[in-house]
Design a protein around this ligand. Sequence first.
Ligand SMILES: Cc1ncc(COP(=O)(O)O)c(C=O)c1O
Length: 385
Amino acid sequence: MGFFTGDLPDFPWDSLIPARQRAAQYPGGAIDLTIGTPVDPVPAFIQAALGGASDAHAYPATIGSNELRTAIARWLHNHRGVTGTPGILPTIGSKEMVALLPSFLGFGKGDTVAFPRMAYPTYDVGARIAGATPLPLNADADPETWPEGIALLWLNSPGNPDGHVLGIHQLKRIRAWARAHGTIIASDECYAELTWDVPEAPSILDTRVCGTDYRDIFCLYSLSKQSNMAGYRGAFIAGDPERIATLTQLRKHAGFMMPTPIQHAMAVALGDEAHVTAQKETYRLRREALSGVLEAAGLRNDPKSVAGLYLWAEDASGRANGWEIVNACARIGIVVAPGDFYGEAARGRVRISLTATDEAIGEAIRRLPALPGELRHAAAKPRER
Ligand SMILES: Cc1ncc(COP(=O)(O)O)c(C=O)c1O
């Protein structure tokens, strides 16, 4: 008898404490460009919708109110190229579903759960919680190069941290491969509205990818980023109707219900495009401003980082690794996240988040031209971790 301890990795953010302390000593204090948590306000009409639904005396439906289900279906149709009727289920943010889907699907010991080799760590965590085997792979590669026997494959397009986008051609190839190999696909698409250098980041549920046959595929979406609603925990999963029905049953038993006021706020937010366009414009300006100073900072963004909320940068001279860039940035009062947090394959890079106020981004831009001196200093020293 005992509590589950699992085979979970250490929570990596604690390892940034020394860099944070160092950055805090810089005149004017630290600029934090690490975590992708929104800093702009929740639009007033969404806050009003939340408040207006606060007389929530009855238990909410696990499956979601008719209002919310209709709003999700309409949004999938209008924004994600969905023409059929996938199953729909609200989730309490998307992170819990990323962490629990392998377990909900009944995967465990002996099953392989694959995910992009540079990825949000929760795909790996979810595999481990289920007792399954985590497998990082290159989602941009020809699926025929992937190993046999993958039970569940996570996709993440636009990708965190690397900003890569899977186009229709690659999604179709992956879908065909998965059908031939009996693999379930879960596609995490929470950055879908934040595209910069590509016209779109298509959904796995897009008609051009799967027609209206949603067997063994899911897409996850969240309002955390597009509507600054990370604190509301409003998200959903859609796809394979039979499997969504099973997930709904499980979640009914376990009491995973989205609170009524959040359901209403989410439905109202999904019905409005203007606030998403405005927020996207805010991020676009921040991205352009930071990108404009990268070269002077001795850094280079990954040319395939074309969407999402992050720059995915390396030392242009190729000398400093991810942690060395982190430490060099800390010396000029900026905190960025080492690629190491996102997998072995990501060690040479750093993730720079666009979720800082305009003022903070402006100050980072003033400081960054001093980075090359610090990078040279880092490269001259024995390797830091
Ligand atoms: C790739 C990815 N998936 C899921 C999430 C979780 O989002 P939420 O739980 O707020 O919906 C995040 C958050 O940063 C993310 O980057």
